[in-house]
Design a protein around this ligand. Sequence first.
Ligand code: COA
Length: 306
Amino acid sequence: MTNDDLTKIVDTSDEWIVQRTGIRQRHIAAEGEVTSDLALIAARRALENAGMEASDIDLIVVGTTTPDRTFPATAAILQQKLGITHGSAFDVQAVCSGFVFGVATADSYLKTGMAKRALIIGAEVFSRILDWTDRATCVLFGDGAGAMILEAREVPDDAPEEGVLVSSLRTDGSHWEKLYVDGGVAATGSIGHVRMEGREVFKHAVGMISDVVEDVLQKTGKTTGDLDWFVPHQANKRIIDGAGRKLGIPETKTVVTVDRHANTSAASVPLALWVASEEGRIKKGDLVMIEAMGGGFTWGASLIRW
Ligand code: COA
């Protein structure tokens, strides 16, 4: 769905959307297509890239805010679609930070021996919770899914660093009314629609993102100069630029896909990782910083040796 397509639905323009957000188009799931359908496509591609079968996976973590159903977890439905019954599968609800929270959670499972091979997915059909009469929100979001596989390996102490090095996660619930859905199981018995104080979100985003990125760098003794790639949450080009400027990360090292996907919430970081690795930009051995910020507010970052 292009910005011009949106002008037929709400009073907006391609110029306004591009100038304020950098978004040019977004993808919308087909009628009847659910989150686990998108997650399944991403999961199969990740398994193929890793040379693995679904039976190799013993942990599935799905970051989503738009689950197929109130329960069971979308991860459980995905597990069935993948044709496996072993291991564990659950969803992580941290809105746009869902994938980063999922990576940190799965990494902890692997490092403590709770699982061997984890499939982490960010998948959303955000179009289903948008108020398509509210131009301030409906132009910003899109649907999508992306997946990553992490495997635990025994390595000698002096082995070169590999995989997820450190993650930093934060939540400050005092901000939840700035970005939320006005429905829910217990509150209204309905699904509801996204409500947002855009300026307030914008105001906090750059500082929160920089906070966790700097925390992760400090814990690993690295600097922004050591990074090969910065893969931020794709909400808004101006937020990405602001964070890059504050952190001193050049645009040439920053992956931007918000123009083609819009904000796909938990799917945005894995989609950006996929685009950059498919295009041959992110390569084995690269140092990659991922970060996200979203409703809650939640925010987090992970440093990964690819
Ligand atoms: N098309 C055209 N005009 C629009 C519009 C649209 N889609 N949406 C809002 N406007 C109008 C407003 O009505 C307002 O008009 P007015 O001045 O006549 O009242 C004007 O544009 C400015 O609105 P405002 O909300 O102040 O714009 P802004 O510069 O703050 O930009 C956002 C709005 C949403 C792009 C910006 O606040 C933002 O990106 N916030 C962060 C949102 C985000 O990323 N959320 C997800 C985080 S995970």
